[in-house]
Structures are given as structure tokens and as C-alpha cells.
Design a protein around this ligand. Structure first.
Ligand SMILES: [Zn+2]
Length: 139
């Protein structure tokens, strides 16, 4: 239960830290994700539009981070679908080391940075859960 809560809390913490300075948050994440172009201090107008449509930018960033939890869809292939004593990392198809490398890579591409961060945080939390419940980092 704590593990599930962490999947919501850690992204919230990250967004809190990044957007404590709104401009920093925008530069590091927001602009890239929504495809806005920053020209000096001028931001193209669709940023203002997305602001109105999608709400505050930190909320958008948080939603994208939370949305990466769909990676757990691979649990549907396992039987049972959920087993609190099973280590996800190295067991489920999207929790394999190869994919985790890909998630890390996404962190370095501006347009996919938030998705990469969300997935990497997810894998870290899952791995910590493995360590706490099974004493291993990976299956
Ligand atoms: Zn997972």
C-alpha cells in the first residue's frame, strides 16, 4: 500500500521541486513537453492557449508523470495479475532491463523527458519494493 502511495507521492515531490520556480519548471519540462518554443523571453502564443485549456503547467507535468503508470499494463499478462510478494523488475515484459535502459534514454530527449522521468522513477520504486519485500533489486 505504501508502495502504491509512493507512485503518486514521488512524482508530486519532483514536480513540487521543479516548479517551485515556475520558469525553471517551464524550461526544464513544460515547454519541451507541450512543444512550445521559447525565443528569448518570448514564448509563442500556443503556450498561453495550452495554459488555459490544460490548466497550470505543473498540473500537466504531474499528469504526464502519473500517466506513465500505464507501464503496469504488462501485469495483465501475469497470473495472478497482482502478487504483493513478486518482484516486478525483470519479471514483467515492460519491466525488463532493456526497457529500463530505454526509459533512461528518454530522459535525455527533451520531448520525451517527462515520460522518461516518470518511467524511470516507476522502475526505481518497483526495484526498491523488490528490495524491501524480497531482498533483491531485480528478478
Ligand atoms: Zn511497475
Amino acid at each position: 500500500m505504501l508502495h502504491l502511495a509512493l507512485h503518486f507521492l514521488v512524482p508530486a515531490l519532483l514536480v513540487g521541486v521543479l516548479f517551485r520556480n515556475q520558469q525553471l519548471g517551464d524550461k526544464v519540462l513544460g515547454d519541451k513537453v507541450l512543444g512550445d518554443k521559447v525565443l528569448g523571453d518570448k514564448v509563442l502564443s500556443h503556450k498561453v492557449l495550452s495554459h488555459k485549456v490544460l490548466g497550470a503547467r505543473w498540473q500537466v507535468a504531474y499528469l504526464i508523470l502519473i500517466a506513465t503508470m500505464v507501464v503496469d499494463i504488462d501485469h495483465l499478462l501475469a497470473n495472478p495479475i497482482y502478487d504483493p510478494n513478486r518482484c516486478s523488475i525483470g519479471f514483467h515484459p515492460l519491466h525488463q532491463p532493456g526497457f529500463i535502459g530505454l526509459y533512461l534514454l528518454l530522459c535525455f530527449i527533451p520531448k520525451t523527458r517527462l515520460i522518461g522521468l516518470g518511467l524511470t522513477i516507476h522502475m526505481l520504486l518497483d526495484s526498491i519494493d523488490c528490495q524491501v519485500t524480497n531482498g533483491i533489486w531485480i528478478n
